[in-house]
Design a protein around this ligand. Structure first.
Ligand code: AMP
Ligand code: ZN
Length: 113
């Protein structure tokens, strides 16, 4: 998608602080971290949000959830972390390319809404 910020990061047109990359997935540091460690994990294929995951695209989501604990271990998040995906307007999704936030490095507030 030519007008998608995260597709531009994948293409290398916009720089990012990469922490992991393979043929299916890219992970990079959030530009406005909300915790000492704040990483975004995204599929290289454009999927708009959790609402757009289907049988055709769920394999990459499974792959992302294999990679997340590897990243967490590499980042030293031994006492825990949170994985969040904002989906749609009510959740405050601002970038419409599926992404999973990894948040950690401190005790996180138990805020659900
Ligand atoms: P969300 O609000 O769940 O859609 O999350 C989008 C996230 O992308 C926010 O946490 C932003 O800080 C982050 N973000 C926006 N632009 C960039 C960028 N160029 N590099 C890294 N993270 C970004
Ligand atoms: Zn995209």
């Amino acid at each position: 998608m030519s007008d998608c910020l995260f597709c531009k990061i994948i293409a290398g047109d916009i720089p990012s602080a990469k922490v992991y990359e393979d043929e299916l997935v890219l992970a990079f540091r959030d530009i406005a971290p909300q915790a000492p460690t704040h990483i975004l994990v995204i599929p290289k294929a454009h999927i708009a949000s959790v609402a757009d995951i289907s049988g055709d695209s769920s394999a990459v989501v499974a792959h992302i959830f294999e990679i997340i604990p590897q990243i967490a271990r590499a980042e030293g998040l031994d006492s825990g972390y949170r994985v969040v995906s904002n989906c749609g307007e009510d959740a405050g999704q601002t970038v419409h390319h599926l992404h999973f936030h990894i948040l950690g490095g401190q005790k996180l507030a138990l805020q659900m809404a």
